[in-house]
Design a protein around this ligand. Structure first.
Ligand SMILES: Cc1ncc(COP(=O)(O)O)c(C=O)c1O
Ligand SMILES: [Zn+2]
Length: 367
């Protein structure tokens, strides 16, 4: 059952509903388990943590054997960084973590058609998993989305609806359409977060079941960030690890609502003009889950930094120069490494998540 995070009203999982009638977000209760001996013997996919993923019937799992991406230790500037290579997913981004779980749940519920809206990657990912499951799929994207992402969505046989407007206009159009069809939203539907949380399990296992000191991530709507928070909290609650890592959110200076909100609450108001950013995946002006993101930053003793367009491009080039061809959106987290390093005093185990593949970038000619 979905449960409203505010008034606690409950709804069936197959309700075509994305928010409670009181306007608040929906979540559900689930207790993860980690039978380590069994996990160790399973194949290297995120489904090795099946007891921690809320799918009841194994036959409903929709998968490409994804996950368990490499954790690459590499010298970067003055530090050694563990790069979590989530650009190595079947559709080229970490979103597949969320899609494999959400679409499995949708299959389990017997739902035959869905819609989703996205800046591109989540839409491509949902479309691929629907293709795998034989579920009809319509994806709303802003007209300006990178051609590689829109073609990818079409080639997965999804119906593509291109909205002549902003990312917010696109979400608005999808919200309207969701009155009639199930909304497989990576923003509203908590099953998506119960997929992205597997990044925490993998990182911990790859560090011999220890938490790192900090995890640096690009943040738009927070589907990765909140997933990581849930995952590390699960590990902590089950006594698998002993601490919560600092969760570090990085945003483009040109679109930084989380940073603005967080620093405002710390009495440092720094409202910026609205500007475009090359980091299209995180060009989100009003993240629906902003309060939860800020709570997760505070609870984990993390922080939020912003990076300029120049810093994003420099980070992108620095990574390409090391053989890692990544999305500009992912380069945001890489650009955040330096800012984070300036804020700490001792050596730490630092993870930076590489969220998307550089082959999807648009405007490559301009850098
Ligand atoms: C490559 C890439 N990185 C990071 C993100 C950020 O994810 P979220 O908006 O859920 O915070 C996105 C979102 O589309 C993305 O495409
Ligand atoms: Zn409610």
């Amino acid at each position: 059952m979905f449960k409203c995070i505010k008034c606690l009203k409950t709804y069936s999982f197959d309700d075509k509903i994305i928010r409670c009638t009181c306007g608040s977000l929906l979540d559900f209760e689930f207790y993860a388990e980690f039978p380590l001996e069994k996990i160790r013997k399973r194949k290297p996919s995120l489904w090795r943590y099946e007891e921690a993923i809320p799918i009841e019937n194994k036959n409903s799992i929709v998968t490409f054997d994804e996950g368990f991406t490499p954790l690459l230790k590499m010298k970067f500037g003055r530090a050694e960084i563990h790069f979590k290579l989530d650009y190595m997913f079947p559709t080229g981004s970490f979103k597949d973590r969320g899609s494999t779980v959400l679409i499995s749940k949708i299959k389990e519920l017997g739902i035959k058609g869905v819609i989703e809206d996205s800046s591109g990657n989540a839409g491509a990912s949902i479309a691929a998993y629907c293709a795998n499951a034989g579920i009809e799929c319509t994806i709303y994207i802003p007209e300006k989305t990178s051609i590689m992402k829109s073609r990818q969505i079409e080639l997965y046989n999804a119906k593509l609806v291109e909205i002549n407007g902003s990312r917010e206009d696109t979400a608005e159009a999808a919200l309207e359409a969701s009155k009639n069809v199930y909304y497989a939203s990576h923003v509203f539907n908590p099953f998506f977060l119960h997929g992205t949380k597997t990044i925490a399990y993998e990182i911990a296992e790859q560090l011999d079941w220890k938490s790192p000191d900090a995890v640096i991530m690009p943040v738009g709507n927070g589907s990765l960030f909140l997933g990581a928070y849930i995952g590390f909290r699960d590990l902590l609650n089950c006594g698998i690890t002993v601490k919560m890592p600092k969760l570090i959110a990085v945003q483009a200076e040109n679109c930084s609502p989380i940073y603005t909100e967080l620093k405002r609450s710390q009495c440092r108001v720094v409202e910026k003009d609205k500007k475009e950013t090359i980091a299209e995946g995180i060009a989100i002006r009003k993240p629906v889950r902003s309060k939860q993101i800020i709570d997760a930053i505070k609870e984990s003793k993390g922080d939020c930094f912003t990076v300029t367009e120049r810093e994003i491009i420099d980070a992108f080039k620095a990574m390409s120069g090391k053989g890692l061809f990544i999305e500009y959106t992912s380069a945001v987290a890489v650009a955040g490494i330096d800012k984070y390093m300036n804020s700490i005093v001792k050596r730490e185990t630092i993870i930076t998540v590489i969220t998307g593949n550089g082959l999807k970038n648009s405007r490559l000619e301009s850098v």
